[in-house]
Design a binder for this molecule. Structure first.
Ligand SMILES: Cc1cc2nc3c(=O)[nH]c(=O)nc-3n(C[C@H](O)[C@H](O)[C@H](O)COP(=O)(O)O)c2cc1C
Ligand code: SF4
Length: 395
């Protein structure tokens, strides 16, 4: 840690490298990625969504099933296995977090399972986790980290949690203008609103802390969305962030749990291929315009006109509120679980491939997690060979 020019990120008394790997579903950040990141001394995050897809035995029991309880049970077993495998890989270093989307129907069960299986932290995005302190009351050593995009959301959480004598152990501030996956903005027009700029939000949050009687450094703030250079890390730390969180660059790392084709879609996407649209979860989302997404967006108006409540396509009822199942016209009209599962398998035609808007630190090269963290913290790039650096120049 002393080789890096930044102070440690301190969460629950543990000193970590100030680079966090964000949770990525379905199955993009499972035990291999999170365990590798933690072994480096940083915070690695497993995404809890539909993890059975990484376990052939669990898929054999549930792939064709419409039995919701059976699917949910298989997913809890998978989550338990993934946490234990990541912790074993980490060998006591860093931290293993579990990312749970508030919008997911099984959110309380995932929170409980993550705590029971030994996760060091619970990270919640896609909604306001007002009830997280109660859900984790029996596990006071588990760090609680909400993901929010503005000071207004942070104020709501802080005021509610402080009434229960609990504070977040860190807060991820995710800028919807650049981040991948679900975005913390009310609608598509809001996504690029300059009010989400890191400097503005950090300053507003520091004023909020002051008004609530909290010291400036009481809760570490972690900036997420579009971070891809050492210079950005430096600038964000100077603005008062205690760390940065990255998604897309970790998804395409050598140890990322995604299929090689998944990584290729993300690394080869051009700026104009990256689009925002409404997800079924009722939030804007950002992804690569692959064949399925392109066709879907062309048909969207018609799909929205015909939106009406129906049975969940796969019987899994993964979301509390689903635009497709519940016939909510202004939300997305596709089954996110089905499309993300195709992406996980590397099905370029049918998958949904979440990606942030910004360039990748190493272009289209697939590099180890250690290189990414090193570069972000020191500014020293690993050397690449002429063919985009798929092998180090020294070998
Ligand atoms: C493929 C992919 C899937 C993601 N899935 C989730 C998710 O399930 N839950 C979540 O909170 N964030 C998710 N994210 C967001 C990341 O955790 C991270 O905060 C975000 O990608 C940061 O922006 P960046 O990609 O520009 O680094 C996902 C990102 C990617 C690239
Ligand atoms: S239809 Fe909606 S609730 Fe059912 S699995 Fe698909 S996204 Fe989830």
């Amino acid at each position: 840690m002393s080789n890096f020019p930044f102070p440690a990120l301190k969460i629950k008394g543990k000193s970590l490298l100030p680079v966090v790997q964000g949770g990525m579903g379905v199955g993009i950040s499972a035990h291999r990625l999170a365990g590798t990141v933690a072994l480096q001394g940083a915070l690695g995050t497993i995404s809890s969504v539909d993890l059975r897809r990484h376990h052939a035995d669990l898929m054999a029991q549930t792939d064709r099933s419409r039995d919701k309880e059976k699917i949910n049970h298989a997913n809890l077993i998978a989550l338990d296995r993934e946490i234990k495998a990541a912790k074993a890989m980490a060998d006591g270093k860093g931290m293993i977090a579990v990312n749970i989307m508030r919008a997911v129907a099984e959110y309380p069960a995932y929170v409980r399972q993550a705590c029971e299986s030994g996760a060091d932290a619970i990270v919640v995005g896609a909604g306001l986790p007002m009830d997280l302190p109660e859900l984790t009351a029996e596990f006071p050593d588990v760090a609680l980290i909400p993901i929010l995009s503005d000071a207004r959301g942070i104020a709501l959480i802080l005021k509610k949690w402080m009434r229960r004598n609990r504070l977040p152990d860190a807060i991820v501030i995710e800028n919807p203008q650049f981040a991948a996956g679900h975005l913390g903005a009310a609608n598509l027009d809001e996504v690029s609103n300059p009010r989400f700029a890191f400097e503005q939000v950090l300053n507003e949050v520091f004023s909020l802390f002051e008004s609530l009687g909290l010291e400036r450094d009481r809760i570490p703030l972690i900036a997420a969305g579009g971070v891809h250079t050492h210079e950005q890390v430096k600038a964000l730390m100077e603005m008062g962030a205690s760390g940065v969180q990255l998604g897309t660059p970790f998804a395409v790392s050598a140890e990322g749990d995604a299929h090689p084709e998944f990584k290729k879609v993300l690394t080869h996407a051009k700026k104009e291929d990256i689009v925002t649209f409404m997800s079924v979860a009722g939030l804007p989302a950002r992804a690569v315009r692959t064949p399925w997404l392109s066709t879907y967006l062309e048909k969207l108006e018609k799909l929205q006109r015909n939106a009406k409540p129906k049975r969940c396509t796969v019987g899994f009822d993964c979301l509390t509120q689903c635009g497709l199942r519940d016939g909510i016209a202004k939300a997305g009209q596709f089954c996110i679980d089905t499309q993300l599962a195709f992406a996980l398998k590397g099905d370029v035609k049918r998958g949904l491939f979440f990606r942030g808007s910004e360039p990748l630190p190493f272009g289209s090269a697939i590099r180890p997690v250690a290189d990414l963290i090193d570069y972000l913290l020191t500014g020293i790039r690993p050397q690449f060979s002429a063919d985009e650096g798929l092998v180090p120049a020294s070998t």
